[in-house]
Every structure is written in C-alpha cells, then in structure tokens.
Ligand binder design. Structure first.
Ligand SMILES: [Zn+2]
Length: 248
C-alpha cells in the first residue's frame, strides 16, 4: 500500500476513472489537491482518490466568497485536508501580500476544523514558517521539499512532515537527499505532484510513480521497499487522520 499525498489529477490526460483504476492495480491511494473554486466543483472522490480543497498561491479565486465556499466543501468532506495552499515569491505569480492573506485565512480555517494542510513553499520558507507559527498550525506537510537540512528541521520542530517527489529520482538529486538519513523517517511522505515534477525518464508524472520514488528512497536509506511503503503509509495516516489501508 502506497499513498501519493499530492497530485493534480485535472491536469492529467487520463480520466479520473482511469487514474482510480491504475491506482487500484498498483495499490496506491492518491490525494487530489485543490487549486481554485471552479476546480473544486469538478473534483470527486473514488476508492483510491481522496480530495483536498484549497486555494493555491498561483490561483485566482475569481469569486469574493471563496473562503466561505471552501468552508462548505470542507464541511461536506469531513476528513478532507486543506491544500494545496502556500506562498510562492517567484516573479510572475500573484501579489505576495494577497497570497499571504489568503494563506493565513486558510491556515486559520484548517486549524479551526482540525484539518491537515498540504503546503506549497517556494522562495518563501521564512514567511511560511512565520505564518505557521502565528496560526499555531502543527498538522501540515511541505510538499516536494528540497530545502536545506536546517530548514527541514525548522518544519519538523513545528510538528510538520516533508514530502519527497519525482525530483528525488533525478541526477543530481535535491541536496536534502544526501542528508535524508538524518531526518526521522516517521515524518517523510511521498508524492507524485502529477503531472508536474515527473520521475527520471518520464515526461509526465502519474500517482503510481510513488512506487518508483519510494524504491529510490528505500535504497538511499538502506530499508526494504516494503518497510518504506509501510512506514510512509503509516505517516500519511497519522497526519491525515484517515485509514488509507481500508480503502481497498
Ligand atoms: Zn506546489
């Protein structure tokens, strides 16, 4: 059993039914991340597909009542995480002050509902850490983490998890891979980020690629692939508070 904690299934060429079927065959459950209100309306949970709802830092909500709508989706999906939300300070993305206000409003909502949060953090780690502290957010994962060991420890100290994606299979691997053994395995998760950040040799990511990513991590950590799968699945269950194994 494998858990892909973050994928953007609306961007895949395959239908959701096909993705669900492939995940069933490969013993994978995927969390389909939210992006913006018009996309939340298209999302559906299936046996091997869970939904998260959130306004992504790259997105334009387009509707003034987006936060109320988000609260309603979370109400309708009692175990759904909040995500993908966060901060991205690269040029070309929405105004950073607006991103920050939207991010903190969603962190506060997640905190009030006791939901896990899937975080996007690019060139904005200190601002993300500050927001997490201000909102006393402890149930979160930083997706596709590729920062320093020091930064990893700062997130872990707040109670967070870090997730490894397709970049970890490439050469050169993100610098954190060389120091992965220094981090507690109990706080590591896997993700495809599909179709973005595909594994080495592929043009497009797919949720079932978490098996390849997990094999790479297991080799690096000197663990059996089964142990790595079991551990990361248990980690996902601990963070998201739902039983992925029962899903079939
Ligand atoms: Zn992201």
């Amino acid at each position: 059993m494998w858990v892909d904690i973050n994928a953007h299934l609306e961007k895949l060429d395959d239908s959701i039914e096909q993705v669900n079927q492939d995940c069933a065959t490969s013993n994978v459950t995927v969390i389909w991340s939210g992006f913006q209100p018009s996309q939340w309306a298209q999302m559906q949970a299936l046996d091997h597909v869970r939904c998260a709802f959130g306004l992504h830092p790259h997105a334009d909500a387009k509707v003034p009542d987006w936060l109320d709508r988000l609260a309603a989706y979370l109400d309708d999906h009692p175990t759904a995480p909040v995500g993908e939300i966060g901060l991205d300070a690269r040029v070309g993305f929405p105004d950073f002050a607006r991103q920050s206000a939207q991010f903190e409003a969603q962190l506060a909502l997640a905190k009030s509902l006791d939901r896990a949060v899937i975080i996007h953090a690019v060139k904005a780690h200190q601002a993300v850490l500050d927001a997490l502290k201000r909102t006393q957010t402890t149930r979160f994962v930083v997706h596709a983490f590729s920062g320093s060991l020091e930064l990893a420890r700062a997130y872990l100290a707040l109670g967070g998890y870090l997730s490894c994606g397709g970049l970890t299979t490439r050469v050169p691997a993100p610098r954190i891979m060389a120091q992965l053994a220094e981090l507690p395995i109990s706080r590591i998760l896997l993700e495809s980020d599909a179709p973005d950040l595909p594994v080495s040799g592929k043009a497009q990511g797919h949720p079932c690629d978490v098996r390849h990513i997990g094999q790479t991590l297991a080799e690096r950590l000197g663990l059996s692939v089964q142990d790595l799968a079991d551990q990361t699945t248990a980690n996902a269950q601990a963070l998201f508070g739902c039983d992925f194994v029962q899903s079939g």
